[in-house]
Design a protein around this ligand. Structure first.
Ligand SMILES: NC(=O)c1ccc[n+]([C@@H]2O[C@H](COP(=O)([O-])OP(=O)(O)OC[C@H]3O[C@@H](n4cnc5c(N)ncnc54)[C@H](O)[C@@H]3O)[C@@H](O)[C@H]2O)c1
Length: 345
């Protein structure tokens, strides 16, 4: 297949690009190269004859039309988005423009292209979304594909809106879409403003490790390469118009995840142990969702997917990767907002 991946220079998009090229697909990576992007994320495939890059912005409809006309993909995997909840609290405008208007532009460009091609049956528009659209759970229960949407941050509201647009383009115009909603990812190439890399790098530098609120917020963690594998499976085998929840069934309280990373740092950098002494509780994020948990029954039973890595193994690999890849993360620490407390409203 020739796949147009949007956001392929970001964290998850680059995992999709690397895996798709490894599997022999042709990939066109469309990315605006915002603060969250990094060319190094796709360095391992950028010389492949299967790989092409287009710097283009979802807000520029004409650019999207041109890229589709030039490359004529068989499928689109749409991952480009503004993705950091704290930044969405400080500046929701970019989230509305990229995640909602940008998705609208891409849907319209895809529809025009698909119609122009004679509505090929095999064409797919795969929209990649988050479990955050479902809101916050209490102590029990899991999100299924039928859980009503209840987004509570500007980020999750913008992603929810984009999901609705994608479903509407399927129902109204017959665009062949599939959707996925995934839980929190972690792994290599994760931008150093997100929890897991912040903990690793602050521990490494002997700096306070900030934990929001009481640390009791629960997330369902999935290794990024397992997510990429699930996404390619849904693209190839998912039923049209349906959505699939993706999660590793690895629920952990933030504080426990942080302690596990500290234990890995104690093992790998024993001279600074115990790293737990750096944990510092800070003012909570406004509207901080308490618990997310994914019921992945549909993708497991209907498509036969399962994650390959336990959270213990995935976290160990991730910590080791950051310790071995300073050249990757060091330049990112000077990007705007990195290392600052954002999203206090
Ligand atoms: N990170 C997670 O845990 C998680 C979980 C579930 C779903 N998701 C979803 O997966 C997708 C990818 O997330 P991520 O963590 O890799 O994000 P990321 O922030 O690491 O990467 C986003 C990429 O999109 C690009 N981009 C942003 N605005 C753009 C625009 N206007 N035009 C073109 N490109 C633009 C950026 O340059 C960047 O390369 C997002 O849609 C996100 O909502 C993320």
């Amino acid at each position: 297949m020739k796949i147009l991946v949007t956001g392929g220079a970001g964290f998850i998009g680059s995992a999709v690009v690397r895996l798709a090229v490894r599997r022999g697909h042709e990939v066109v990576n469309l990315d605006a190269m915002t603060y969250a992007a990094n060319a190094g994320n796709v360095a391992s495939v950028s010389n492949s004859p299967l790989y092409a890059f287009e710097q283009a912005d979802l807000r520029d409809r004409a650019a999207l039309d041109r890229v589709l006309a030039d490359h004529q993909p068989d499928a689109i995997m749409h991952l480009a988005a503004e993705s950091h909840v704290d930044r969405s609290i400080d500046g929701p405008g970019d989230f509305i423009e990229t995640n909602i208007t940008g998705t609208y532009n891409l849907l319209e460009a895809a529809r025009a292209y698909w119609v122009g091609q004679g509505r090929p049956e095999g064409f797919r528009f795969h929209h990649i979304s988050t479990d955050e659209v479902f809101g916050s759970l209490g102590e029990t229960g899991q999100f299924t594909e039928d859980t009503p949407y209840d987004p509570r941050s500007p980020y999750s509201a913008s992603k929810a809106a984009s999901d609705h647009l994608v479903r509407a383009w399927h129902e109204t115009y017959g665009l062949p879409v599939v959707l996925t909603n995934c839980s929190n990812n972690y792994g290599p190439f994760h931008f150093p403003e997100k929890l897991v890399p912040v903990v690793i790098l602050n521990a490494l530098h002997g700096r306070p490790i900030p934990v929001y609120g009481d640390g009791g917020n629960v997330r369902d963690w999935l290794y990024v390469e397992d997510h990429a594998d699930a996404l390619l499976l849904v693209l190839e085998k998912g039923d049209l118009g349906r959505s699939y929840n993706i999660g590793g069934e690895n629920e952990a309280k933030n504080i426990d995840l942080v302690r596990t990373i500290c234990a890995h740092m104690d093992r790998l950098r024993p001279e600074h142990a115990p790293h737990e002494r750096l944990i510092t509780f800070v003012t909570d994020r406004p509207g901080h969702d308490r618990r997310y948990a994914i019921d992945p029954t549909r993708i497991r039973t209907e498509l036969g997917w399962q994650p390959s890595v336990t959270v213990e193994e995935g976290l160990a690999r991730t910590v080791e990767w950051y310790l071995q890849n300073e050249d990757w993360w060091r330049p990112l620490l000077s990007r705007q907002g990195v290392g600052e407390r954002l999203g206090k409203a």
